[in-house]
Design a protein around this ligand. Structure first.
Ligand code: IPM
Ligand code: MG
Length: 370
């Protein structure tokens, strides 16, 4: 039987509650479908800091590196606001991304028909929305050196972050965007700030050259990232695939997420390069939402982004395409049936908590995959 090793890092806040709903689906896949998922679990973020004084332990880091896929919940919360910068909860996530070399972050923003009224935009602007943001995840200002606060000695300090991109980093993320575009609407919009930033000038050049050399069948457009943000809220359906750097991708994906009704809906996949020998990619799957400390532990969090992240995991790490399709369809069916967690609640729907939503999706998934 195939063994599929999953390493679960539920993290902080609503992370563990959301992960609990994914566990139910994994258990069902194993008993009913012989899926062979073997799970191990570790700590990341504030919970790791409380246990080990680090945002992820070396032992858990090694397990993440060895797993076929990592499922990640969320990190952070006010409890850890004052911990040293190097061991803040987010450092655990950033280390996972960097050490596993997960340079390609796929953030789909899909508006489920049942939720078009939950968007802050008019329903007709978001109905049928299907965008994929491809965010560069291991470079740019997140990791560039120097990164420090220095004392200027005159009563002033200077905070420094460095935005830096090399050709190969832009080439490989552009390649991922073009390849994915071919499986969808065949259009890529690249976003940077070439009018202000040298890294933006290079980004624009390399994307253009990569397109010309290998992907001229795909339609390519360039947009300044600020204009891109504006277009995302003005006419979001004009986009198919958006490729952008780490920081712009962070912001634009939050904007895109909100178009779909709630941050609680959106999954993401972070992928490395395929291994030269095995063809396997290192991968981490996480919801776009954060730890939502204000609602943590109350059983009301929306588990859909976490469950949809597991669907992406089946699709991209295990090529379980039918199962992934069925799980995504199960989510859509449950929303059609009119139940809602509080973040996506609308008039005429029935409010449910985290586990009731998870159970309903599991039941729909069972029906679809029977
Ligand atoms: C995200 C998050 C992270 C980021 C934080 C938690 C470090 O906002 O995944 O979008 O900035 O990348
Ligand atoms: Mg973010």
């Amino acid at each position: 039987m195939t063994v599929r090793n999953l390493f679960l890092l539920p993290g902080d806040g609503i992370g563990p509650e959301a992960m609990g709903e994914v566990r139910k689906i994994i258990a069902y896949m194993n008993t009913a479908k012989n899926a062979g998922f073997v799970t191990d679990e570790g700590l990341v973020g504030g919970s790791a800091y409380d246990a080990h004084g680090a945002s992820i332990s070396e032992a858990d880091m090694a397990k993440a590196m060895a797993a076929d896929a990592v499922l990640f919940g969320a990190v952070g919360g006010p409890k850890w606001d004052a911990v040293p910068y190097d061991v803040r909860p987010e450092a655990g996530l950033l280390r996972l991304r960097k050490d596993m070399q997960l340079f390609a972050n796929l953030r789909p923003a899909i508006c489920y028909p049942a939720l078009s009224a939950a968007s802050s935009l008019k329903p007709e602007l978001v109905e049928g929305l299907d965008i994929l943001i491809v965010r560069e995840l291991t470079g740019g200002v997140y990791f560039g050196e120097p990164k420090e606060i220095i004392d200027l000695g005159n009563g002033q300090k200077r905070g420094i972050d460095t935005q830096v991109y090399d050709t190969y980093e832009i080439e490989r993320i552009a390649g991922v965007a073009f390849e994915l575009a071919r499986t969808r609407g065949n259009r890529v919009c690249s976003m940077e700030k070439r009018n202000v930033m040298k890294s933006g000038v290079l980004w624009n050049q390399v994307v253009t050259e990569t397109h010309k050399a290998k992907y001229s069948d795909v339609q390519l457009e360039h947009m300044l990232a600020d204009a891109g943000g504006m277009q995302l809220v003005r006419q979001p359906k004009q986009f198919d695939v958006i490729v952008t750097d780490n920081l712009f991708g962070d912001m634009l994906s939050d904007v895109a997420a909100m178009l779909t009704g709630s941050l609680g809906m959106l999954p993401s996949a972070s992928l490395g390069a395929p291994d030269a020998k095995t063809g396997k990619r290192k991968a981490l799957y996480e919801p776009v939402h954060g730890s939502a400390p204000d609602i943590a532990g109350r059983g009301i969090a929306n588990p859909i982004a976490m469950i949809a992240s597991f669907a992406m995991c089946m699709r991209y790490s295990f090529n379980m395409v039918e199962e992934a399709d069925a799980l995504e369809k199960a989510i859509a069916n449950v929303l059609d049936s009119g139940i809602r967690t509080s973040d996506i609640m609308s008039e005429g729907s029935r409010a449910v908590g985290t586990s009731e939503m998870g159970d309903a999706i599991l039941a729909a998934f069972k029906t679809l995959s029977a």
